[in-house]
Design a binder for this molecule. Structure first.
Ligand code: BYC
Length: 471
């Protein structure tokens, strides 16, 4: 399963033996590179970046580090090793062999899932396009670019599936993924969060903590799919996704640490005059990015999700490790809904509550990072704690889309919400302040004043290593 780097498109899917597919992908490649140049990281195409490139999909053997220009990064198509005699783990076909081709009756649904997944990958690169100009250190700049090239590779992974298994429709979809753009009023990205801006580095860390974590849960559910090529693609993508969430979790933690140091040293909660980001602003960024990411799981009750599950297309998180019938015909699940003017819980058939089931796994996972950030506050003897807002707060999709609550879940009418929402969501003033701190730091070993340095560098190297060679 070693990756063939002799090919124009590095791969471990035997592309060399499939002339038709190779030609289709080779004709998409210049479009991808054109898109990368136009909408990928601005201003850094010619610099050498210390990037990790996959060389094999075996555990431990896939990370090779070296200085590479991003345009020369070898984006490719990598699937994990096939699991021998793998069987469908859930739904109506449970126990049958997994599919190596797309069954006709599931073609439209599978294509839709793959297109939705594929659409998010270039979207995030577009959203992060200008961040290179204001990186707080060379270490962070390199991490941004690592995330960007891997999102580009994830796009390759989805485009491979579309082109290899969906014929002409798949080729058209692959083209359209490069034609929609994050925030474009005429041709927006499919899911809401991927049309928001990522204007500053605090937003970037929040995005990689919360929104990439949606990616983890969605990819893990697709990694259970009966369509084996999709499962194997997503399994390999998950190994790369872990680094993105590390960038987010450690990034926010380092911001909190710097804020805590300033609060302690200056004996004040108002750290803005000292160049720090106050805890109130950090909390408002959490409220925004968390609530927008909750929407990515879809409605609490979903017949789409039930159909995907019954058909074996998309499972639950860690489906094969769950001890039940994997049919969900008899079980119920509590889901939040709005009743009698307030959020409450209702018992619904589990098969209709799969989006909510995945969202609840995500919520539990998000809370773990919050606990680690709060440990930093505790260590500095600060009594304030960061928290996740109520599940109904600032939602645009699902049962709460038409209602308003405070971060504690207290119902508000439209007027109260309009008056008070700036207390809980980043205001223009907050964004302008954070943006005023975003001055680039490009000297080796130096870092901006609003964030603490990382405890260690990348690949065993020190923080002051030249992760990006700018000149
Ligand atoms: N925005 O039955 P429902 C990642 C639509 S992130 C806009 O409740 P369903 C990454 C829905 O399409 C992971 N529309 O939802 C992270 C449907 O439309 P129709 C991305 C939305 O279909 C960082 C209607 O509402 N991967 O990888 O069960 C950086 C009713 O929907 C939204 C995936 O999402 C929304 N938020 O579930 C880079 C996996 N939510 O049918 C990358 C693939 C719902 O009325 N996608 N709608 O026209 C899916 O599994 C499903 O499409 C969803 C929605 C979970 C997103």
């Amino acid at each position: 399963m070693r990756i063939d780097y002799g090919e124009q498109i590095p791969n471990n899917v035997g592309l060399g033996d499939d002339r038709r597919l190779r030609r289709a992908l080779e004709s998409w490649q210049p479009r991808f590179l054109g898109w990368w140049q136009d909408l990928g990281p601005e201003g850094f195409q010619d610099v050498d970046v210390y990037l990790r490139t996959a060389v094999s999909v075996e555990p431990g053997g896939w990370a090779h580090f070296g200085h590479v220009k991003m345009l020369d990064y070898r984006w490719g198509i990598f699937l994990t090793v096939p699991e021998k005699d793998r069987q469908i783990g859930f739904g109506e076909d449970k126990g049958l062999p997994v599919w190596t081709q797309v069954p006709g009756e599931h073609r439209a649904d599978l294509r839709r899932l793959i297109v939705t997944q594929g659409d998010t990958e270039p979207a995030s690169v577009e959203q992060q396009r200008l961040l290179g100009r204001t990186a707080p250190s060379l270490y962070d700049l390199r991490n941004l670019f690592q995330v960007n090239v891997e999102e580009g590779r994830h796009l390759w992974a989805m485009v491979y599936l579309l082109q290899a298994y969906f014929g002409r429709d798949g080729r058209d979809e692959a083209d359209m993924i490069l034609e929609r753009h994050a925030g474009d009023p005429d041709r927006p990205r499919i899911l809401g969060a991927f049309n928001e801006l990522t204007p500053d580095w605090l937003a970037f860390y929040m995005f990689t903590y919360f929104t990439d974590r949606d990616g983890k849960y969605q990819l893990a559910s697709l990694a259970e799919s009966a369509f084996d090529p999709l499962a194997r693609t997503c399994r390999f993508m998950l190994t790369e996704e872990a680094h993105h969430m590390f960038v987010g979790e450690s990034g926010v933690k380092r911001v909190v640490q710097r804020t805590a140091e300033l609060m302690r040293d200056q004996d004040t909660v108002d750290v803005r005059p000292f160049g720090g980001i106050d805890l109130g602003t950090i909390q408002r960024y959490i409220n925004f990015h968390y609530s927008v990411s909750l929407d990515l799981f879809g409605g609490e009750r979903s017949t789409n999700a039930a159909a995907y599950y019954n058909a074996g297309l998309k499972g639950r998180y860690n489906e094969t490790k769950i001890n039940d019938d994997h049919l969900l015909s008899e079980t119920f699940q509590l889901v939040p809904e709005w009743r009698d003017g307030a959020p409450t819980m209702a018992d619904v058939p589990a098969i209709n509550a799969l989006n909510e089931c995945l969202r609840q796994d995500f919520v539990r996972d998000c809370a773990r990072g919050l606990a680690r950030w709060n440990t930093v506050l505790e260590e500095h003897a600060i009594i304030t704690r960061l928290s996740l807002p109520h599940i109904a707060f600032n939602r645009r999709i699902g049962n709460f889309a038409d209602y308003h609550v405070t971060p504690e879940g207290v119902p508000l009418d439209e007027e109260q919400w309009a008056e008070q929402c700036h207390e809980w969501l980043p205001s223009d003033k907050d964004k302008a302040f954070v943006s005023s701190l975003m001055q680039p730091v490009t000297k080796r070993g130096k870092i901006a004043g609003w964030i603490a340095p990382p405890p260690r560098g990348i690949d065993g190297l020190p923080f002051d290593y030249e992760y990006v060679r700018l000149f």
